[in-house]
Design a protein. Sequence first.
Length: 369
Amino acid sequence: MKKLKIFVDCHVFDTSFQGTRTYIQGLYLELIKDDTKHFVFAANDIENLKSVFGNQINISYSKYYFKNPLLRLLVEIPFLIKKHKAHFAHFQYRVAPIKLCNYIVTTHDVLFQDYPGYFPKFNRIQSHLTYKFSAKWSDIVFTVSEYSKERIQKHLNVKNITVMPNGVDMSFFKEYNKTEIQAQIEKEFGFSNYLLCVSRWEPRKNQQLLLKLFINLNLHHNHFLVFIGDTTFKNKEFQSLYLQAPEEVKKKIVFLQKVAFDTFQNIIRGAELSIYPSIAEGFGIPPLESIAAGTTAITSNATAMSDFDFLIDYSFDPRNEAEFERVLRKAIDEKAMPFDAFKKRIKQQYNWSLSAAIYNDTIKRFIDS
């Protein structure tokens, strides 16, 4: 039997960290251990991909020359699938319309359907059409949570969906010296004793409420506030709050984009507190990564984050400012979390080897059928 060839669209690696990049990286670092399959990873910056997945006999890299997503999907990806004679191609959300092999798509969420006010009208329309087409055009459809599965079934009328949860990279669990990491971060970036929020910039991510509390509670007296993430949609409410903030507050707010993975991980390790106030998510991995790294985290309990029931004392309704403030104050004042129990739960429930097993079993069942 010929070695199974799987083409993986990795264009998200050409931007900053986001959930889909974490998903592909974690899943395929586990899958490439299987030398009965050959993997073709494609992106604009293949040197970056090589730094993540390395060089081994069952991996090939293909460079995208088009940065326009339409040209990439219509022209470049079908050409590369044919060139590499791929048996399967794995996409996130949207697939190439010209189908030259079996398709796998991961539809992480359809939040634009349930929370339309947080998405531009044109984005909602094209997302609905392309997500639905992609899911129905694909042979295997994955999603990352039971919450997302139920919403996808309802809104896209797609029934055969397999839940393959996100995992936390085992490197987050490694031992380290927090004091040394914090000194390193301060030397490199100039901030210390900081609160951290890792998330793309969109109004639903709720960075505006975090900023409001940072200002109202005078947290800048003792803390920096650090944001990591690229902009998807402009957050006008956040921008207005930030522009009106006193200069002494603005000096304690830091915005970072496109940081290397090792640096990203160290910033998480060095934080006093990780905060994830999102109103709607298909999964929500940053609080799990923070806890795995030994950093106290508080998180929204809305949508898919409600699955994190073991974090009930560290979660809040993201629309309830008073509740958010109470949990935030408690986390800052107490600085304590039962890390051993939480890490054990995360390792058991959210690990990439479990996800890889689901992936392989699903492909096997498809081939056998």
